[in-house]
Design a protein around this ligand. Sequence first.
Ligand code: ANZ
Ligand code: ZN
Length: 803
Amino acid sequence: MAQYNHAAIEKKWRENWEKNPINVNDGKKEKYYCLDMFPYPSGSGLHVGHWRGYVISDVWSRYQLLKGKYVIHPMGWDAFGLPAENYAIKMGVHPAKSTAANVANIKRQIGEIAAIYDWDMEVNTTDPAFYKWTQWIFVQMFKKGLAYEKEFPINWCPSCKTGLANEEVVNGCCERCGTPVTKKNLRQWMLKITAYADRLLNDLDKLDWPEKVKKMQTEWIGKSYGAEVEFPVEGRDEKITVYTTRPDTLHGATFMVLAPEHKLAKDLATDETREAVEKYIFDASMKSNVDRLQDKEKTGVFTGTYAINPLNGAKVPIWLSDYVLADYGTGAIMCVPAHDDRDFEFAKKFNIPIIQVIAKDGKEIENMTEAYTEASGTMINSGDWNGMESSVLKKEAPVMIEKMGIGRKTVNYKLRDWVFSRQRYWGEPIPIIHCPKCGNVPVPEDQLPLTLPEVDSYQPTGTGESPLAAIDWWVNTTCPCCGGPAKRETNTMPQWAGSSWYFLRYVDSKNDKELVSREKADKYLPVDMYIGGVEHAVLHLLYSRFYTKFLYDIGVVDFDEPFKKLFNQGMITGKNGIKMSKSKGNVVSPDDLVRDYGCDALRMYELFVGPPELDAEWDDRGIEGVSKFLKRFYNLVLDNKDKDVKETKEMLKLRHKLVYDIETRFNQFSLNTVISGFMEYNNKLSELAKKEGGIDKETLKTFVILLAPFAPHLGEELWRELGGTDSVFHATWPECDEEAMKDDEIEIAVQINGKTRGVIMVPAEISKEEAIAAGKEAVKDKLTGTIVKEIYVPRKIVNIVQK
Ligand code: ANZ
Ligand code: ZN
């Protein structure tokens, strides 16, 4: 009998599919858009961890194909940005060259997965024909006032020599290179994502996304309701406005803290405190936001000046501390140590009085050892507010404060506008011209793309300017408005620019008139299923939603959410859960495994290692089991295909159970248990074949169709062996008939006084009376006493109680 020869089979069908594409758009089928997060073409190529995501999305795409859909399943390259540029600098090659080589290599490796990517749709963010539209979007945002310039201290990576968005700072360090991040004052381009904060928050409800990701976005946007309260400064004609979410605690404010960057911070110093205050302000300027929030020990300095609590006239000392951030709320807070952890810690350290204003059970605590932070309990020490319920007051206080004329109710967001410029070479040039007469003028749309000029040195300058600033012929230009001499913007866009909208371009990737034609957008967009790692929960996924909403607002597309459904796959790690990386030397390359076991076996093993949403440790040895299953299944089909046995009731039942089990697990995205299901049913069928002298063809065909999304080559081979003349992927996904699945006979345990004494086989639809009668008959020898009770647990147990 033939041996399962994966190499020959896989080669044969790969070539066949090349000639006869299996995923065709006949214009009639319903579309299904299944998208992968496109990769950075880094120099190290793909490892088995990258494979997993692509296998998941391909299995899902082929499933949709078998359900009769036209599947949009594109692939492209996120090729601008720091990793590509750093790699290029390290290897001494121009980023365009190294990127092209990396793309070619990864494309070859992706080919090994046998995914049904439509390469006609391929995009590359560094292709001028693509980034023309990245720049076009920027120009539209500029025209709508959503792209603007601002000078302020930004996160600065001294090693990458570039500014970083808050999102790119992880534990106070550069996300890319791990160097501690400092601050630098720079002119920046900003995108006003905050204008979309409410829509980005509210529309999360529309999305079929993991709750975890929705929660992360909700927290990132960080909407809170509260009040601004104005505290007069003692002895001056000046007020300090604080932002608080707990105006109910106003009577308990015993001090005030300003961010060191607050505009009054220096002014408030007295002759005695000036030196200490200035030193404190300087030290804080050297720390990143993240560091400041994580600092274990609170630091601070008293300014020497007091403010007046506008509610009760109490005098409160004004301090500076870096636990208050300059760019949140008003950069100043009233401190209520009795009810806020950070304030409590600060008050303890600097010996500031603590006044309790909420009592949990109406009683004041003698010696507070920690803050009571819940907004529930009765107000005490709070003048007119005494006796009120804190949770009620929390909601009412903003309005009361507004009426008293000492503040107003407000909404605050944690979300900040997006720092959109980078001082690097390898990015889209920002299409703006600075004219001394006309100000900032966008590059006219018919002159886009504004291409990146060749430079001699693409190393960052470290002066805060991009290497583009050194190219005089490029920088000096004429103003499109007045024709006078003007200068080009030399900052480039961040890595996220292209990835914020690339998914729209795939379906019309060669259009040179529009970003995407409205006709194609209406027909093929949005994305039905987006598959990628959870590390993009807030950055890429929030930016993409923002871009899509903007493009919706200006009429480019007719939907305002890009990704209907999202699936986050877990990571494949090396031994002991360590992330696979070249530097750790634990990278497993798929190439050898494909050679030794075949693409189908590796595809299945990638899914078999564990639930797809969880991380899984890689162990090469496990692939043996999957490979053995494929061999066994191959033999099962070949052994039985010509036997021409008649379908028995048991075969029919098993077939429908198979369809039911596989489909249910598939729809729950439980891909690992789909594969264990295949193994189980393969065993069941082998046994049945022994018992009945073979297996009917319909059952074999059904199994082959179910398996095909996972092991496409073997599926195709066996389908043809079973007489298929067209591709298995043009077969119809089997349906399960729940009636046919039902067991006709079931096993019931017969118990006496709760102890099992026998087992009977009865018809599945047996009535209670019949079941009890049959049970009594089966154990009649042991029924020696008087029967006092007869119990029937449907389809499971008959229990006779005797005395
Ligand atoms: C008084 C108070 C009493 C506060 C209390 C809390 C508890 P969220 O929910 O995150 O918006 N805060 C305001 N601006 C700040 C800043 N720039 N840097 C650091 N902290 C700031 O939190 C708002 C609360 O965080 C505000 O309410 C303020 O402290 C503090 F029992 O005011 B609260
Ligand atoms: Zn001008």
